[in-house]
Design a protein around this ligand. Structure first.
Ligand SMILES: [Zn+2]
Length: 495
């Protein structure tokens, strides 16, 4: 038995302790009742039955609109899972889901993520529906097809680049509805290890989940994500020994920092076995830097449809947002433990430091107070110096990251990254200010779909509190059911 779709209750019955494992399911059925070491253990399906019955009612309808047989079988397995509580049925559904490559409508549903369970085992319910953004996907595809040529612009030679670039499928999705306690901007599922390792998984990048607080934020974010994922993570070569052979010419390739012959990964050594814990943040930093660097090329911005002044504004917005994010993310630095919990935040902070160190008035952070006398920070970036100061500084740092990575020089790489990623007393003060000015968590207003005359229509709501409430009211027509269920739960918990 696995815990994903379960809740555990403890009660006293006639002086005896009873543990009841309740499985989320439509059918109310006792699966097991046994005495064990003096206590009673019950496994009972039927938790959240009325809600899951609603889910299944909608899934039955979704079967009719499935694009192919694989999707049909996938949905039928979901239905079986929600009906009986059988986890194997959900695993089978996930297997069909993994095989469903590049669908126009992408969805996933069930008890999925276990972040919020203190024991990290029970999952919360979530479900999402998204569809391919064809326009953005076309841009990503152009980027894919030109990747080999664009990679030659990165600050290392052909010898440091892969012999053959594996062209991935790269699509952008727009969320139609995401039901869950939070909305991520990208996910990598299913979470069942045996399926991930043996049968595969999918990356789902959810494009419209970032806030658009600046005029060109959405545009610049699209460029950054495209460059980060494809030419960032996709670039660069590891020098490796494979059996008797090396995958590079030992007599020719030189270390771009020292000018000496390069070192390499011995048989069995990998990037993560060598760089370990540091690896995630280091690799995110490398990918992020590729984004800053390559967005400075007008012909690359042209792939995304930006020319002239607009292209220049998009480039500026990208640098501004990303480097500012390196300051704001100090929030995620754990000052007591003196470590970074979040790879992306650490990566961005490092690049902020690199941009600051470039000097010449390119980036500055000034400690000040706001109109109420509260500590504040003034962040500025001189857009006229992106090409002349910012790009060479980031490019040079990027080259160092790549050389240490390619040559498996974990000592050099760690030293570089830890030095630039250190939070000194000044940055610690910035962190205090950032935390004191932290904004409340954002809430999202989400659309509904309505079926009229066999046509699906997207119903949108105003981005206000009233809009959020309206969308919820229209989504859950029978609020009574939910209230009843909540009261039943409250009684169990003795609330
Ligand atoms: Zn990344």
């Amino acid at each position: 038995m696995e815990a994903w779709n379960s809740r555990l209750f403890k009660a006293e019955e006639n002086g005896k302790t009873v543990y009841t494992v309740r499985l989320g399911a439509v059918q109310d059925s006792k699966i097991l009742e046994e005495e064990f070491e003096g206590v009673k253990i019950v496994v009972q399906a039927g938790d959240y039955s009325p809600l899951l019955a609603n889910v299944n009612k909608e899934l039955e309808k979704a079967v009719e609109f499935a694009a192919n047989d694989n999707q049909k079988q996938m949905i039928q397995k979901y239905i079986e899972h929600f009906k009986s509580g059988s986890l194997d049925a959900h695993k089978d559904a996930s297997r069909f889901w993994v095989k469903d490559c590049g669908p126009v409508v992408e969805s996933y549903i069930g008890f999925i993520e276990n972040y919020r369970d203190p024991a990290g085992t029970r999952a919360e319910f979530e479900g999402f529906v998204s569809c391919v953004n064809k326009e953005t996907s076309k841009k990503f595809q152009t980027l894919v097809s030109r990747a080999e040529e664009l990679l030659t612009r990165l600050p290392w030679g052909a010898e440091y680049e892969k012999d053959k670039f594996l062209k991935p499928d790269f699509t952008a999705l727009e969320v139609i509805y995401y039901g869950g306690s939070m909305i991520p901007s990208g996910i990598n599922i299913p979470n069942y290890d045996e399926i991930r390792q043996n049968e595969g998984f999918k990356n789902v990048s959810l494009g419209n989940m970032k806030q658009c607080f600046k005029k060109y934020f959405k545009e610049s974010f699209e460029v950054q994500v495209g460059l980060h994922e494809l030419l960032g993570h996709g670039s660069g070569k590891l020098f490796q020994q494979d059996g008797e052979k090396l995958n590079f010419d030992k007599t020719k390739v030189k270390n771009l920092i020292t000018g000496e012959p390069v070192t390499w990964y011995d048989e069995g050594e990998t990037w993560s076995s060598k760089f370990g814990q540091l690896g995630n943040a280091y690799e995110e930093c490398r990918a992020e830097a590729v984004g800053y660097y390559l967005c400075c090329y007008p012909d690359i911005l042209q792939i995304f449809g930006f020319e002239g002044q607009v292209a220049d504004d998009v480039k500026y917005t990208n640098w501004l947002n990303e480097i500012r994010a390196g300051l704001v993310c100090l929030e995620f630095y754990q000052a007591d433990a003196k470590k970074w919990g979040q790879a992306h935040s650490w990566a961005r902070y490092v690049l902020l430091r690199v941009a600051l160190a470039a000097g010449q008035g390119f980036v500055s952070i000034e400690e000040c107070v706001d109109e109420n006398g509260k500590p504040d920070l003034k962040f500025s970036l001189d857009r006229t110096k992106i090409d002349s100061v910012g790009k060479p500084a980031i490019g040079n740092f990027l080259k160092l990251l790549q050389v240490y990575k390619s040559t498996g020089d974990v000592a050099g790489g760690s030293k570089l990254f830890n030095e630039w990623g250190a939070v000194d007393s000044k940055a610690a003060r910035w962190r205090e200010t950032v935390i004191s000015r932290r904004k409340p968590r954002r809430i999202f207003v989400q659309s509904n779909t309505v079926l009229t005359n066999d046509k699906v229509e997207l119903k949108k709501y105003e981005a206000t509190h009233a809009g959020v409430i309206q969308s919820f009211v229209e989504r859950y027509q029978s609020v009574e059911e939910i209230l009843n269920l909540w009261e039943k739960d409250a009684k169990i918990f003795g609330l």
